[in-house]
Design a protein around this ligand. Structure first.
Ligand code: C2E
Ligand code: C2E
Length: 179
């Protein structure tokens, strides 16, 4: 009935681990700082944060549509023309492996610049900076109708990205009858 305060605090601190995918800028910052302050999680082993700037010609909202995290606890946000990802429990040496799982294209084709933080203090310091960004600078995801086609028709099967084949008729019925 009544959960003791210390237990409910412990439970709420683990909530960010249940998030996945796009989060509003402030939600993202709160989730990552909650994780950094969570003493139940390993020191300097909570994950990697990476900020990516799109190549000229790609809008950050478009880059966001190519960012498809699978793992619960992998979250991202956009703002200040950057896409910021937090990859829970990812080790720094595995960053490229994880990014290859998350983006259907090589990240070098989408982003020209990246910054990486992977120790609690450095991640926390960057979150303090991020929290100062004015809400006018926060990005907004493109409104995508749920039945619209994805930008790139590909799915990740746990190992590699594969294009999903689409059936295509070379001749229409009318042309077949005419011949
Ligand atoms: P999850 O952690 O939310 O991951 C969801 C899906 O993301 C996985 O589905 C998998 O397709 C992909 N994924 C996440 N992390 C990795 C990774 O490090 N490498 C690769 N190749 N793919 C990854 P899947 O495999 O069906 O797993 C479903 C759930 O089962 C996972 O949800 C997780 O909760 C658990 N799980 C599966 N394998 C492991 C494991 O080796 N270690 C841990 N801790 N949990 C696992
Ligand atoms: P890890 O989390 O220690 O996972 C080691 C290996 O266990 C993975 O190698 C994968 O073969 C398997 N594994 C772990 N979790 C899952 C899962 O949910 N589903 C499946 N099918 N397999 C799983 P892999 O894929 O080469 O990844 C190496 C390391 O890269 C991982 O070490 C992790 O640190 C990082 N990583 C890879 N994908 C993701 C991701 O989607 N999100 C995050 N946060 N980290 C990832």
């Amino acid at each position: 009935r009544h959960v003791p305060e210390d237990i409910s605090t412990l439970l709420s601190m683990t909530q960010p681990l249940k998030l996945r995918g796009y989060q509003k800028w402030d939600t993202f910052c709160d989730a990552v700082s909650n994780m950094m302050n969570n003493t139940l999680l390993p020191a300097d082993g909570k994950g990697v944060m990476v900020a990516l700037r799109p190549v000229p010609g790609i809008r950050i909202e478009q880059a966001l549509t190519l960012c498809r995290p699978n793992r619960t606890g992998d979250i991202m946000t956009i703002g200040d023309n950057r896409l910021v990802l937090f990859l829970s429990f990812c080790r720094i040496n595995d960053l490229d492996t994880a990014l290859n799982h998350i983006f259907p294209l090589p990240t070098g084709d989408i982003f020209s610049n990246r910054m990486i933080w992977f120790e609690d203090n450095l991640i926390s310091a960057e979150i303090v900076q991020m929290k100062m960004l004015e809400p006018e600078q926060w990005g907004k995801p493109l409104l995508v109708a749920s039945d619209s086609k994805p930008v790139l028709n590909a799915t990740h099967d746990g190992h590699v990205w594969r294009r999903v084949p689409e059936p295509l008729r070379l001749l229409s019925d009318a042309e077949e009858r005419a011949s």
